[in-house]
Ligand binder design. Structure first.
Ligand SMILES: NC(=O)c1ccc[n+]([C@@H]2O[C@H](COP(=O)([O-])OP(=O)(O)OC[C@H]3O[C@@H](n4cnc5c(N)ncnc54)[C@H](OP(=O)(O)O)[C@@H]3O)[C@@H](O)[C@H]2O)c1
Length: 288
């Protein structure tokens, strides 16, 4: 069935999602503040989600909404603007409308989970984040849960993919350091799987309200760095002493619920995802 879809916040993930949905035959509007076309096949809405006149800009009879806008920076003010005020404004517009009730899918973050002892985390694990980023994301999830609309939050791990290759660049440049003996788990998802999982949840007959969006392998950071060095034909990154203070071992987020819903990952772990990115940069020749 073809949907009328709004992607609110067409940046790295939102644009990939909008392009994918348009290619599947849906009518897609992509919203962001920046002027200029989002991508071929996507109808562009240049608008600010915080604008009091937002309602007049949102097309009628939208039945799927993806909220993929992100804060302009890491400050509490920017987080509150993007995830509380702008989300509340868009939900208010949608809730006030008659006609078909859209399903709203929101990109939350694994930062809502405070665990630092390397423990396993799923959707039922406690969330007591210390920092404002996690707390504000929880506030956003709570607003979503209060909505009379059908809503889904997908808590994404670190998004990587074309143009977001921080780990690869750190190893390539020789800047990467391992902290042997002090494991730290990392949780990630390839951009195309973030977009794929969102599209999948939008199409499910009856999704749950909450999913973790991470790949199969919450790998230790040192393991990722060592693997990347080997894959790039470089020596393993040097070791350094862990910093002072209590060690942050991170958490191991599980994607079991997302997988059980039927989502099949294109890049199930960092080897598949980073391997494809390294192959693509090799294929595009020196200087890429
Ligand atoms: N990146 C990660 O590793 C990560 C991890 C966990 C969760 N997430 C979540 O996943 C989502 C997508 O992340 P991303 O990295 O793909 O984001 P991104 O590349 O930073 O894109 C976000 C987009 O939102 C738009 N935007 C921000 N404020 C807006 C406003 N007031 N009105 C209209 N558009 C607005 C921006 O476009 P303009 O500047 O043109 O308006 C930008 O293109 C976000 O919700 C983020 O919180 C990301």
């Amino acid at each position: 069935m073809a949907h009328r879809i709004l992607v609110a916040g067409c940046g790295y993930t939102g644009t990939a999602l909008a392009v994918r949905l348009a290619a599947e035959g849906h009518r897609v509007w992509g919203l962001r503040r920046t002027a200029g076309a989002v991508a071929p096949g996507v109808e562009t809405l240049s608008a600010d989600l915080l604008d009091a006149g937002l309602g007049a800009r949102v097309p009628e009879e939208i039945d799927r909404v993806f909220y993929t806008a992100a804060a302009d920076d890491g400050s509490e003010e920017a987080y509150r603007a993007a995830y509380v005020e702008a989300l509340d404004r868009l939900l208010g517009v949608l809730e006030a409308r008659g006609g078909p009730r859209p399903r709203v899918l929101f990109t939350s973050s694994t930062s809502v989970h405070h665990q630092r002892d390397g423990s396993a985390v799923d959707e039922d694990s406690p969330t007591q984040p210390e920092g404002h980023r996690g707390r504000i994301m929880l506030e956003a999830e709570a607003r979503l849960a209060r909505s009379p609309l059908e809503t889904v939050a997908l808590r994404l791990g670190g998004i990587y993919g074309p143009g977001r290759t921080r780990f690869i660049e750190a190893v390539r440049s020789g800047r990467a350091r391992r902290t042997r003996g002090a494991p730290r788990y990392t949780n990630r998802i390839h951009r195309d799987d973030a977009a794929g999982a969102l599209a999948h949840l939008a199409a499910l007959p009856a999704p749950r309200p909450l999913y973790l969006g991470v790949d199969d392998d919450p790998a230790e950071r040192d393991e990722v760095l060592s693997w990347l060095a080997a894959r790039l034909g470089m020596p393993p990154p040097p070791d350094e002493e862990p910093g002072p203070g209590p060690h942050d071992a991170g958490k191991r987020c599980s994607n079991a619920r997302l997988r059980a819903s039927g989502y099949v990952f294109r890049y199930p772990d960092f080897r598949a995802g980073y391997g494809a990115l390294i192959d693509a940069s090799d294929a595009s020749g020196p200087g890429s």
